[in-house]
Design a protein around this ligand. Structure first.
Ligand code: BES
Ligand code: ZN
Length: 457
């Protein structure tokens, strides 16, 4: 039946692409309240699509954006598939070559690709799995495994409704294994199973100084400038060796185990190419660490946004009343986001001069997660991926964060297997996001093979 499903996927690819385009036309930006209705619309679209394949599918309301939950019976093990239908905002819009919500086929570096916000992260990836199910169903009338699909609409904005939803729907969401399609290939041609993800801590703070913006000639020199205070704080977050200076930050950060280091050293990875592709040459992390370590197994502190004074065209001699920064920390191993939040805030508050005060907004706080790879599905999926791609699948780390993998472990005692088909140059979260048609097609084919292997395993 597997080969019939693969053939079906090939002949129905144009229709699959049309369906993906329909989904991409819905601007489901979760972080911006202006798009609330569109998020609901995307959830409805997915429920209708799943129902058309014979899933028992429903939209489940939450205080935020709705969840989609769908069930289909089958003979093999019970698999829960997770993905997200929400997308990142599109700004800066002027840097897009076409409308982000009007998907177009473009010629990419490895052949045709589809350009649109969410093409890669995560609508295109979600649809690889749904299309694989559609092909199985079309050729056999059923699915090779029992499948629950669980799709979220708040992943890109910190998933505020996720944990309560998982807790109240524990039984319904329980399965033997979780599959997540929200990660990338390793390089351009090597399929990958992600075995560790970094955690994430978000902090936003505003330093307030004078009660209004001042003339920087009239008051400059006498009045404390919040921009100056902020610059000093930000400049002190890393030392000259690239280490983060927040007290206690490295508690719970181990050295990379020798076995894993050897495995990563054996991967075909060229740091010069990796940085060269984005116009850089010099690794900016801690001294003495490899680039793969820097992005997969070392924690970071990055400035994500800064806002202070006059930033429009031209020039204005202003002494701003406030300065604001958005900072994120990527966390690894046993680092505790709540302890780090406390320590970071104490450090910042200790640097605020008399005439200023600081106001805080805490964003998401999730720990890093480590998958348990001795579940037989890992080896079976590795074989399935190798069969499809003609290259041995790699077990890799991932610098990004998908906090739900940890929630599945802690709340539902379920292990996740993260397999995705995105590429580093997909420009996720950036202008001109795209998903290669090759990723889409081979993604569908990979899931068909994976379901087949797991169902027999
Ligand atoms: N799909 C990404 C995670 C990802 C990033 C996988 C890079 C592979 C490579 C996911 O949607 C995402 O962007 N997550 C956010 C975290 C979220 C809590 C806002 C991230 O990593 O910044
Ligand atoms: Zn994503």
């Amino acid at each position: 039946m597997r080969n019939e499903a693969l053939d079906h996927a090939a002949t129905s690819l144009p229709a699959a692409l049309d369906r993906l385009k329909d989904l991409l036309r819905i601007p489901s930006i979760s972080t911006d309240p202006a798009y609330r209705e569109n998020c609901a619309q995307a959830a409805d679209w997915l429920v209708a699509d799943l129902a058309s394949m014979g899933f028992d599918a429903s939209v489940r309301e939450t205080p935020g954006h709705p969840m989609v939950v769908a069930h289909h019976d089958g003979p093999g093990p019970h698999i829960l598939f997770y993905g997200h239908y929400d997308v990142q905002p599109v700004d800066p819009l002027e840097l897009w070559d076409t409308d982000p919500f009007d998907p177009v086929e473009i010629e990419g570096d490895l052949g045709p690709a589809l350009r649109a916000r969410g093409a890669s992260d995560d609508k295109g990836q979600v649809m690889t799995f749904l299309e694989a199910c559609r092909s199985w169903k079309a050729v056999s009338g059923t699915l090779p495994c029992k499948i629950t699909v669980f799709l979220e609409g708040e992943e890109e904005s910190g998933s505020p409704s996720l944990v309560p939803f998982m807790e109240t729907n524990k039984e319904e969401l329980s399965a033997d294994l979780v599959l997540i399609c929200d990660t990338a290939l390793f390089g351009d041609n090597t399929p990958a199973i992600v075995t560790q993800l970094r955690g994430l801590l978000g902090e936003e703070f505003t330093i307030h100084g004078p009660k209004l913006d001042l003339h920087s000639g009239f008051f400059g020199g006498a009045a404390m400038n919040p921009g100056r205070v902020l610059a000093k704080i930000l400049a002190s977050l890393h030392d000259d060796a690239g280490r983060i200076t927040v007290p206690g930050f490295y508690d719970g950060v181990p050295e990379l185990p020798a076995e894993l280091k050897a495995q990563w050293d054996g991967l075909d990875f060229d740091p010069t190419e990796f940085l060269g592709a984005v116009g850089l040459a010099d690794p900016a992390g801690e001294d003495g660490r490899s680039v793969l370590e820097m992005v997969w197994s070392r924690p970071t502190c990055e400035i994500n946004g800064l806002d202070c004074g006059y930033t429009g065209d031209g020039f204005k001699t202003v002494l701003p009343a406030q300065a604001r920064a958005k900072i994120s920390f990527r966390l690894v191993a046993d680092q505790d986001p709540h302890e780090i939040r406390k320590s970071f805030r104490a450090m910042v508050e200790g640097m605020i001069p008399k005439d200023c005060r600081v106001e805080w907004i805490g964003h998401g706080a999730s720990k890093a997660s480590q998958m348990v790879t001795d579940h037989p599905a890992f080896e079976l999926s590795r074989q399935a991926l190798s069969d499809e791609w003609g290259v041995e699948a790699a077990f890799i780390g991932c610098g990004g964060s998908i906090p739900i993998a940890g929630h599945f472990q802690r709340i539902l005692d379920m292990n996740s297997m993260l397999i995705g088909f995105g590429r580093e140059n997909d420009a996720i979260h950036s202008p001109n996001e795209k998903y290669d048609l090759r990723s889409f097609e081979k993604g569908i084919r990979s899931w068909i093979r994976i379901m087949d292997k797991i169902s027999q395993g």
